[in-house]
Write a protein that binds this ligand. Structure first.
Ligand SMILES: CC(C)(COP(=O)(O)OP(=O)(O)OC[C@H]1O[C@@H](n2cnc3c(N)ncnc32)[C@H](O)[C@@H]1O)[C@@H](O)C(=O)NCCC(=O)NCCS
Ligand SMILES: Nc1ncnc2c1ncn2[C@@H]1O[C@H](COP(=O)(O)OP(=O)(O)OP(=O)(O)O)[C@@H](O)[C@H]1O
Length: 194
């Protein structure tokens, strides 16, 4: 069984995912995979350069992340184009990863945008990590040494917390009050016995 582990920016998906890994559950981190593929996948590199120009990569070959983020998160058409190039490469990579992990009791796909893309049917269930926006904003600014504006630009491309929580098959509350580990253990037991 393959489950999506999603939640809005800064909700604590990666933090929760690491707890599942400690329980022996393999996790595919879509954000990290996207970054790796944008570096290593020659076809994707060529596609990104053709769509966004040579500036997509810095002279040392690394991705010009801040420049690309500025473009993508300020213009829906550019974000659609970026998603259209990156997501198929991630999906191919994730499918190969799943085949390599098929003996696991279950696996997790950690990504911020799953519901927005209408991908529920690709998974046995969708786990949503929920955290109020004010706390997410504060945590992201602290984690990334970034600005409230950069946070808002990304959050604007995601569903609202209410909509996301309503679409969840399983909910993990990471609001700073509820303890995380008991929720993870409870869900782990549930998923093992499904
Ligand atoms: C534009 C890029 C290079 C900016 O990189 P940067 O390091 O600034 O941001 P990072 O990737 O760490 O993303 C930070 C957060 O922004 C949000 N976010 C990222 N991509 C998207 C997107 N396509 N739509 C909505 N939110 C997004 C997520 O909450 C994510 O955790 C990068 O976000 C990117 O390539 N995005 C498109 C690919 C993608 O969709 N990745 C997400 C998983 S497949
Ligand atoms: N319960 C918690 N208490 C305190 N800090 C937390 C808690 N959960 C997460 N954090 C911190 O909040 C920040 C965001 O968490 P994390 O990186 O796991 O979120 P994410 O959903 O994966 O974010 P993104 O969508 O940006 O990838 C991190 O710095 C993390 O250490």
């Amino acid at each position: 069984m393959h489950y999506a582990l999603t939640g809005n920016i800064g909700s604590g998906k990666s933090t929760v995912a690491r707890e599942f890994e400690r329980l022996g559950i393999p996790v595919y981190y879509a954000d990290a995979a996207a970054k790796r593929l944008m570096l290593e996948d020659q076809e994707l590199r060529a596609g990104l350069k053709a769509a966004f120009g040579e500036e997509t990569y810095l002279p040392d070959g690394s991705l010009n992340r801040s420049w690309l983020a500025e473009k993508a998160f300020s213009d829906d058409e550019q974000l659609r184009r970026l998603n259209g190039l990156v997501h198929p490469a991630v999906h191919r990579d994730a499918a190969a990863w799943r085949r390599a992990n098929e003996t696991a009791p279950y696996t997790l796909y950690e990504a911020a945008i799953v519901l927005e893309l209408g991908r529920q049917a690709d998974f046995a269930g969708v786990i949503v990590v929920a955290c109020p926006e004010s706390i997410r904003r504060q945590r992201v600014i602290q984690r990334d040494h970034t600005t409230a504006a950069a946070f808002e630009a990304r959050a604007a491309k995601q569903w609202t917390d209410d909509k996301k929580e309503a679409a969840a098959d399983y909910l993990i509350k990471n609001n700073g009050y509820e303890l995380l580990l008991p929720q993870v253990l409870h869900l782990h037991q549930q998923l093992l016995t499904r």
